[in-house]
Design a protein around this ligand. Structure first.
Ligand code: AMO
Length: 440
């Protein structure tokens, strides 16, 4: 490796040692004939003292954001010089030699400063520079842990990781718009969900599967919660009694995830000013109950309608007040609004055995028990005017021994957005895709 230490990891233990650091020039403060270089890498910022010779040689070369290698001696700093923003505040490096590895052009296209006034579009155009800001970096450090802790949970809970195809012959998620692309003289669709495949591999005998990967939706939505490409966390499990079994696993997952994030992302969360509340249990509410609450807020939700964004917000606030919980499972969605593969309870054809999960008043997941009885599934498809005979490979799943099963699809980007109270989902994904944005 080029360096012996990372900037944020040098401590008083290294005093007296000569070390090598690499990083970006955060600031160069020239003070008369000497200067102080604040060198930054992923772990933090460290101060390097440059004497007259090094200052003369480098003061015009060390432009902000240039990448340098510094060799120097670790010294203890007098207390009165310690700057709070520097993680390694009690020590500084006496520079012995500098090598400019890559000069940054000036001016920088966006501000690489703690608080920027650059608008989000410009920041996204130069996302690799935007991520050099600590706040933005922390969002992605936390998102990375949301991903890895999700894998850890499902792995420990006995789920099998599958990676289903994203190039598909036809759409698999009824209701969601498909991106069509040319495919060797045919037309393919980019997967709008791994729905078919996760059910298929429960039926294959793997019993419990999860699939984390990109999902494509050709929706012309210009909202703060929709993307055309997002990361889905999908799971499916067999031999369930009903949809409550799925919700139980999801509750365990969230408790694990949030407790682990609190533990492993302590510093990042503190820096972002985010407090995580791990729920003891997640309350459940039917849409019928929600209708009454909404009515009290002057909002009418018709029988066959889904919650809209405002409805979700009102319910989220109600649950927070009543149960002191950031989450709520919403139950019994109307058949009119759910896909044909959701199971309906015995004796009530108007609702489904499905649920949504709201996090701080925004939907982050949809789940259900699936209809596994072929004749009923065929009849349900017919009711929704879907030609089931054309869905041969989906139909086959139910023909050769299919356990009762159910699952859920969650959005990694939405979880991150809600967790960190970000106004816009675009802040929670490195390179968002929406109807206007296809670059970088
Ligand atoms: P659904 O379409 O509700 O359900 O999607 C599941 C979850 O995916 C996320 N999501 C999105 N995130 C960002 N941008 C979008 N355009 C977007 N669309 C959806 C949300 C949402 O809750 N097959 C079912 C899941 C299942 O039943 O298992 C499905 O895809 O967080």
């Amino acid at each position: 490796m080029l360096r012996t230490h990372a900037c944020g990891e040098v401590s008083e233990k290294e005093v007296g040692q000569t070390i090598t650091l690499c990083g970006w020039v955060d600031t160069l403060r020239v003070s008369g004939k000497i200067s102080f270089l604040l060198l930054r890498d992923r772990t933090g910022i460290i101060q390097i003292f440059l004497d007259k010779t090094l200052t003369e040689k480098y003061q015009h070369e060390l432009k902000k954001e240039s990448v340098v290698l510094v060799e120097g001696l670790v010294n203890k700093r007098p207390d009165n010089q310690v700057k709070r923003e520097e993680k390694t505040g009690s020590i500084e490096i006496a520079g012995k030699g500098i090598e400019l590895l890559s000069a940054a052009e000036t001016p920088l296209p966006i501000d690489v400063v703690a608080e920027t006034t650059t608008n989000i579009d410009k920041r996204l155009d130069y996302r690799f520079l935007d991520v050099r800001r600590e706040k933005v970096k922390n969002i992605f450090m936390i998102r990375s842990k949301v991903y890895s802790k999700t894998v850890e949970f499902f792995d420990k809970a006995g789920f099998v990781a599958i990676q289903s195809p994203r190039l598909t012959a036809s759409g698999v998620e009824s209701g969601a718009e498909e991106f069509k692309i040319p495919y060797f003289g045919k037309t393919a669709s980019l997967a709008q969900s791994p729905q078919v495949y996760k059910q298929m591999f429960v039926v294959s005998g793997l019993e419990k599967v999860y699939d984390i990967g990109p999902i494509f939706r050709a929706e012309k939505s210009h909202t703060t919660r929709h993307l055309t490409e997002f990361i889905g966390i999908d799971m499916e499990m067999g031999f369930i009694q009903d949809e409550n079994d799925v919700m139980t696993v999801v509750e365990e997952y969230l408790k694990f995830l949030l407790a682990e994030l609190k533990r492993v992302c302590k510093e990042e969360l503190e820096h972002l000013g985010v407090t995580i509340n791990v729920p003891k249990t997640i309350p459940k509410m039917t849409l019928t109950e929600a209708r009454t609450i909404l009515k009290d807020h002057g909002k009418i939700l018709p029988d066959n309608e889904d919650l809209d964004a405002e409805g979700e917000r009102i319910i989220g606030e109600h649950v927070k007040k009543r149960h002191n919980c950031d989450f709520v499972f919403m139950l019994e969605y109307p058949w009119a609004k759910r896909p044909f593969y959701h199971m309906r309870p015995e004796g009530n054809k108007k609702i489904t055995k499905s649920f949504d999960l709201l996090f701080n008043g925004v939907e982050i997941a949809t789940g259900a028990q699936r209809e596994h009885r072929l004749e009923i599934l065929e009849a349900q498809a017919k009711e929704k005017d879907i030609d089931f005979s054309k869905m041969t490979f989906y139909r086959d799943i139910f023909r050769y021994g299919c356990p009762p099963h159910g699952g859920i699809g969650m959005g990694l980007d939405r979880i991150t957005q809600r967790l960190l109270n970000l106004d816009n989902i675009r802040e929670a994904i490195l390179l968002p895709r929406d109807p206007e944005r296809l670059t970088p």
